[in-house]
Write a protein that binds this ligand. Structure first.
Ligand SMILES: [Zn+2]
Length: 419
């Protein structure tokens, strides 16, 4: 096997790895670089991306986060895309409302621990705990060699047990481990991250203390977090108001154990911004399907102190018009780095102007260093290559057999491992 990491050796985001065996190739992830979500980023120079090339057998998408699939809409329609079925439905549901969503024509469904034979490759996906739903690591076998790609993962979310079972029975004889290191540079060596159940208690305490509306700003695709917030709502006696986009995403997963329209205290609000999308795309049947659970602007003020409402910056005017912001608090439940970006200055000013306190309540979607070590120790690879990290140079301080790579360079598994 030969490997080329086109992007991701020195950054979080933009992940794209090409692997070749017997003149056939697969690609792992095709992400957007983190800082450039809305600018025009070219596809990596992979044969088969821009013109048909039968030696490209498929593109594996580890999970539905933009930094792992964001360039996929630029692929040729016939490109086979390997993706989890729930992940695919989430992307389809999301693409109705947000630009950059993906809808693939030619997909190969992946399932936990079920190998797929693709030319010379045997690909075995491993379901992982992450802030994206239906996320996978991948074992790639070809030419008698074994590479494991961690994808993005953690062990403190609602599927944390997946990491425990993986490290207790890991795939054996791994030649190369490509492991994410998002956490390096973002937190300390001994940091432990709160679990989603820890957060649930924190949210509950906050909902009990906030006099007016509790606004929550979190990703509509962080399903673990939505479950956490919904559960805290139920315990606090507040209703949960989701925007229609988030309600669609939750429904699309088709998992009856996840909160969704029809569940007790689950209301659906249609913000102006999403209403324009409904009108433009004539999604009237979709909007009508939420009718039994809708909450309208004129009801929100009255029910503000009994509600928790999902928030996004585009909803400022909706909330002002609904006159529901007296004694409101905004709980920010994403990575704090996003909030510091210039694009959110108007939001921060707006919060000041309206005297709305901003409090943070979040846990990472990525593993702390201690859990990265659990994975690396369990797999005991002959070579560990850092990926999806701004601080790859820190890896040798914590792991054995680390080899740093650069973007765009091809390397052989055998030559480096045994040479
Ligand atoms: Zn991710």
């Amino acid at each position: 096997m030969r490997v080329c990491i086109h992007r991701g050796t020195h950054e979080i985001g933009g992940t794209c790895i090409e692997i070749e065996a017997q003149k056939k190739r697969i690609v792992l992830d095709i992400g957007l670089p983190l800082e450039s979500e809305f600018s025009d980023i070219p596809l990596p120079p992979v044969p088969g991306f821009k013109e048909v090339d039968s030696s490209l057998l498929g593109v594996f998408i580890s999970h539905p986060h933009l930094d792992h699939y964001g360039l996929a809409p630029k692929l040729l329609q016939e490109t086979p895309v390997l993706i989890g079925s729930a992940a695919l439905r989430i992307l389809k549901a999301g693409s109705q409302f947000i630009p950059g969503g993906a809808d693939f024509n030619n997909t190969i469904e992946i399932n936990n621990r079920t190998p797929i034979m693709l030319g010379p490759f045997t690909l075995t996906p491993y379901l992982v705990d992450h802030s994206a739903y239906d996320a996978y690591g991948l074992l790639v076998e070809a030419d008698g060699q074994r590479l494991y790609y961690s994808g993005d993962f953690r062990g403190h979310g609602r599927k944390g047990k997946l990491l425990d079972s993986f490290v207790s029975h890991p795939p054996k004889d791994i030649d190369v481990l490509l492991m994410e290191g998002s956490t390096f540079g973002r937190s300390g060596i001994d940091d432990k991250y709160p679990s989603e159940s820890d957060l649930e208690n924190k949210f509950l305490e906050m909902f009990r203390g906030i006099k007016g509306m509790s606004l929550i700003w979190c990703s509509g695709q962080n399903i673990d977090r939505l479950v956490t917030v919904y559960r805290a709502c139920r315990h606090s006696g507040r209703q949960f108001i989701a925007d229609m986009y988030t309600a669609c995403v939750l429904q699309s997963i088709e998992n009856q154990r996840l909160p969704q329209p029809g569940w007790k205290g689950f209301r659906v609000y249609l913000p102006w911004f999403q209403k324009q999308t409904i009108i433009r795309k004539e999604l009237f049947d979709l909007a009508r399907s939420f009718a039994p659970w809708r909450i309208y602007p004129e009801q929100i003020k009255e029910e503000a102190n009994k509600s928790v409402m999902l928030f996004r910056p585009s909803m400022k005017t909706d909330l002002e018009k609904a006159d529901c912001l007296e004694d409101a608090t905004l709980i920010y439940s994403m990575w704090s780095g996003y909030l510091e970006r210039d694009q959110y200055r108007p939001l921060r000013d707006w919060l000041d102007e309206k005297s709305i306190p901003l409090v943070h309540c979040h846990t990472s979607g990525h593993a702390p260093i201690s859990d990265l070590k659990r994975l690396a120790n369990a797999l005991a690879p002959k070579m560990l290559v850092p990926i999806h990290s701004f601080e790859p140079a820190q890896f040798p301080d914590h792991f054995e057999n680390v080899v740093l790579k650069d973007d765009g360079h091809w390397w052989e598994l055998t030559a480096v491992c045994h040479g």
